[in-house]
Design a binder for this molecule. Structure first.
Ligand SMILES: [Zn+2]
Length: 164
């Protein structure tokens, strides 16, 4: 397994729309393992999407289990994820491995129902809320070439430089 290089804003490749996964093979399994290792190498990371490591396929991993006492599903490995239902709106702070110098406050749905395939191609549905729902929406945005920076309403009030 290998920690992959993460593309950094303003790399134009981060704006690319990713393609559907059609091959559920050993290569996909190896790639998912590398993607997860890369996510865990980032301090405090709760998700990663394939285009962040220069692979333009609809694959994302979300794992918010490091945050105490919140509803969550453990490590979600999502192939071809789609949000099929959303309710509510809530503003919250986000960071991103591809935008290391900033965090930003972004409005997201409070709950989402996500439909996705697993590594063997089986479809599943997950009802997510709160922080996990936020992380999911953030990662699925990456598959459509969107960063949280694109959703910040007021850069002056909602963008924060990280102290590093
Ligand atoms: Zn991100």
């Amino acid at each position: 397994m290998a920690v992959l290089e993460v593309l950094q804003y303003p790399d134009p490749r981060l704006k690319q729309v990713s393609a559907l996964v059609t091959a559920f093979d050993a290569e996909l399994q190896f790639f998912l393992a590398d993607l997860e290792v890369t996510m865990r190498a980032g301090p405090g990371s709760v998700g990663i999407a394939a285009p962040q490591v220069n692979r333009f396929l609809r694959i994302a991993i979300v794992d918010v289990s490091s945050k105490p006492n919140i509803p969550q599903h453990g490590c979600l490995r999502l192939i071809n994820p789609e949000i099929v239902q959303r309710t509510g709106e809530v503003k919250g702070r986000e960071g991103c491995m591809s935008v290391p110098d900033y965090t930003g406050s972004v409005i997201r749905a409070q709950t989402v129902r996500v439909r996705a395939q697993d590594v063997s191609g089986q479809w599943h549905e997950y009802d997510c809320q709160g922080y996990e729902a936020r992380a999911l929406q953030h990662e699925i945005d990456h598959l459509d070439g969107l960063l949280f920076l694109d959703r910040v309403v007021s850069p002056r009030h909602d963008l924060f430089r990280r102290n590093r």
